[in-house]
Ligand binder design. Structure first.
Ligand SMILES: [Zn+2]
Length: 277
C-alpha cells in the first residue's frame, strides 16, 4: 500500500496478500455466524496464522480480504471449535472490538458466505470458482461462464424530527420497552428517497420532507447495507401499521435515554446525533 493511503484509506481490499507476512496474518474464521476470537482483558483478539497453523484447523472458502494497517487479513469457515477460544456473533464481537475491527469482521463474514453460497452455477449447476484476473470478486461458472458478484440488500434508516422531538418506533421484534428510528429494505427499482417516504408512511402514518444523507454502514446480518438519513416532519398523525411497528411516538431529548439499546449500529449514531444537536 502506498504510504499516503495508510490513514486516508485504513483498509485496502485485495484478493492477494499485500505484505506477505504470512505468520502474522489475521484470520477471521467463522463457525456458522460466530467468529473465532481469543478473550483478552482489553477485549476480543483475532488469532494469527501461526497459532491457527498449530491447531491444524481445516479452513474452507478461505479468502484474502486485503490489508488493515500493514497486516493482511483473511476470512474463512471452519467446522471445529478449538479449546481456549470463544465463538461470538458479530453483534457480540462489536462490543469488544474497535469499529474498524468490527467492519473487517463484517467483510470476512460477507465474503466467506458469498463463496460458500455460490459453489454451484444457478444456470447450469456446474461448479463455480473465484474469478482470477483483476482485483474484483466474482464467482464464475467453469462450464457456461455465468458470473455472480456479491449481492447486498440495501436498507434505509431515518431519523425523523418534528421541531425538538424525534420519531421513535417499537418494532414487535424489539425487546420490551425498546425503541428505534424507522428502517426498512429498499424495494427493487426504488430510489432511497422514495423508500424513506414509503417506509415512514407505512410504518407510522407520517409524511416527511427535507431528506438529508447522514452516513452508511455495512450490516452483515446477513448481507444488508444500511443507508442513514435525517428527515423532517411534513404532515400526518401517528398511526402504526400494527404488523411490524406496534407503537410509535415523538420523544424529546430528556425522554429518550433508556429507550434505545446502545450499539455499534447506525441507529445508535442517529439517535445520538439528535441527542447531541
Ligand atoms: Zn453455468
Amino acid at each position: 500500500m502506498k504510504d499516503f493511503m495508510k490513514d486516508y484509506v485504513p483498509f485496502k481490499p485485495s484478493k492477494e496478500p499485500i505484505y506477505q507476512n504470512r505468520d502474522g496474518d489475521m484470520l477471521y474464521l467463522f463457525n456458522g455466524d460466530r467468529l473465532m476470537v481469543r478473550e483478552a482483558e482489553t477485549g476480543y483478539e483475532i488469532p494469527k496464522r501461526d497459532e491457527i497453523k498449530k491447531l491444524g484447523l481445516e479452513i474452507h472458502y478461505d479468502q484474502c480480504l486485503g490489508a488493515f494497517g500493514e497486516v493482511d487479513c483473511f476470512g474463512g469457515i471452519i467446522e471445529d471449535e478449538p479449546l481456549g477460544y470463544s465463538f461470538v456473533d458479530l453483534r457480540t464481537y462489536s462490543f469488544g472490538a474497535s469499529y474498524d475491527e468490527f467492519l473487517i469482521s463484517s467483510k470476512a463474514f460477507l465474503l466467506s458466505e458469498f463463496v460458500r453460497t455460490n459453489q454451484r452455477c444457478g444456470i447450469c449447476g456446474f461448479p463455480m470458482t473465484m474469478k482470477e484476473e483483476d482485483n474484483d470478486r466474482a464467482m464464475i461458472c467453469t462450464n457456461c461462464g455465468h458470473m455472480v458478484w456479491p449481492k447486498t440488500s440495501p436498507a434505509i434508516i431515518v431519523a425523523v424530527t418534528k421541531k425538538d422531538k424525534l420519531l421513535l418506533a417499537h418494532n414487535k421484534m424489539f425487546a420490551n420497552g425498546m425503541y428505534s428510528v424507522v428502517a426498512g429494505f429498499v424495494e427493487m427499482g426504488e430510489t432511497l428517497e422514495d423508500c424513506i417516504r414509503r417506509e415512514v408512511l407505512e410504518e407510522t402514518g407520517i409524511k416527511v420532507h427535507n431528506i438529508k444523507y447522514f452516513g452508511s454502514q455495512p450490516w452483515a446480518f446477513p448481507n444488508s447495507y444500511m443507508m442513514g438519513f435525517t428527515a423532517e416532519y411534513l404532515e400526518g398523525e401517528i398511526k402504526v401499521d400494527n404488523e411490524e411497528i406496534v407503537d410509535a411516538n415523538w420523544y424529546s431529548k430528556d425522554e429518550i435515554p433508556g429507550l434505545y439499546r446502545e450499539s455499534v449500529s447506525i441507529s445508535t449514531r442517529l439517535i445520538e446525533w439528535f441527542l447531541e444537536a
